[in-house]
Design a protein around this ligand. Structure first.
Ligand SMILES: C[S@@+](CC[C@H](N)C(=O)[O-])C[C@H]1O[C@@H](n2cnc3c(N)ncnc32)[C@H](O)[C@@H]1O
Ligand SMILES: Nc1nc2[nH]cc(C(=O)O)c2c(=O)[nH]1
Ligand code: SF4
Ligand SMILES: [Mg+2]
Length: 193
């Protein structure tokens, strides 16, 4: 869909410059998705792996975030193998709705109620980033926490349109359950992509 250079706004690497590769196509259907224009793959241009390399080599940055859309709808083996061969750190943002493919340095797993994750994701999760849209999402977050590795970082991130209402509850929840950290979509406050 697009390639852009920005600052990772969310989760463990928040604040770190990163190249974003956003792949078009997603059938998970989150009602509050903030990139609904990504859903239809056919709306977006096709780039070969060589064209992607040509674009990203302009940026003085070694960290790539592959996102979407839902990147795991595709077999990520070829793209990630070639990018690894160029010595990039490869992070993925995924709902885990499809089997894990590709080679990853960091996996941000953000499970969705709208499409049950594939069981292959749990062993790969480096961070669990649960989106809090309403009260029931705390329980959903805990269900997934019980399935990820012990060292997996845990984040609660307010759904953007409900941030004002839910952030105070997220703060209280994290203080009562200090294994959880808070993740904010800082790029939206900074007005950057
Ligand atoms: C747009 S998604 C693309 C990657 C993948 N499909 C996924 O959902 O993880 C990137 C990240 O943004 C989060 N996100 C999407 N819409 C959001 C919203 N309205 N408020 C907060 N986070 C949101 C997702 O949960 C995910 O962690
Ligand atoms: N700055 C910035 N950070 C992000 N982290 C995850 C994003 C995403 O849409 O996957 C995202 C995004 O769209 N922009
Ligand atoms: S899985 Fe990700 S891209 Fe797909 S609808 Fe949900 S938030 Fe949007
Ligand atoms: Mg985003």
């Amino acid at each position: 869909m697009e390639i852009f250079y920005s600052i990772q706004g969310e989760g463990y690497y928040a604040g770190t410059p990163a190249i974003f590769i956003r792949l078009g196509g997603c059938d998970v259907g989150c009602v509050w998705c903030d990139v609904k224009e990504s859903w239809n793959e056919a709306d977006h241009p096709f780039f070969t792996v060589d064209e992607i390399i040509d674009q990203i080599k302009e940026y003085p940055c070694r960290m790539i975030v592959i996102t979407g859309g839902e990147p795991l709808m595709y077999d990520m083996k070829e793209l990630t193998t070639v990018l690894k061969g160029h010595n990039y750190q490869l992070n993925i943002e995924t709902s885990g709705a499809y089997p894990v493919t590709g080679v990853w340095d960091w996996v941000c797993f953000s499970p969705k109620k709208f499409k049950t994750p594939d069981t292959s994701i749990y062993a790969h999760a480096s961070e669990l980033k649960a989106i809090v849209f309403n009260q029931s999402d705390f329980e959903f977050a805990e269900q997934h926490r019980s399935l990820v590795p012990k060292q997996c970082k845990l984040y609660l991130q307010p759904e953007w349109s409900k941030a004002e209402k839910m952030t105070p509850q997220i703060i209280d929840y994290a203080k009562a359950h200090p294994e959880w950290n808070i993740s904010l979509q800082t790029h939206k406050y900074l007005n950057i992509p």
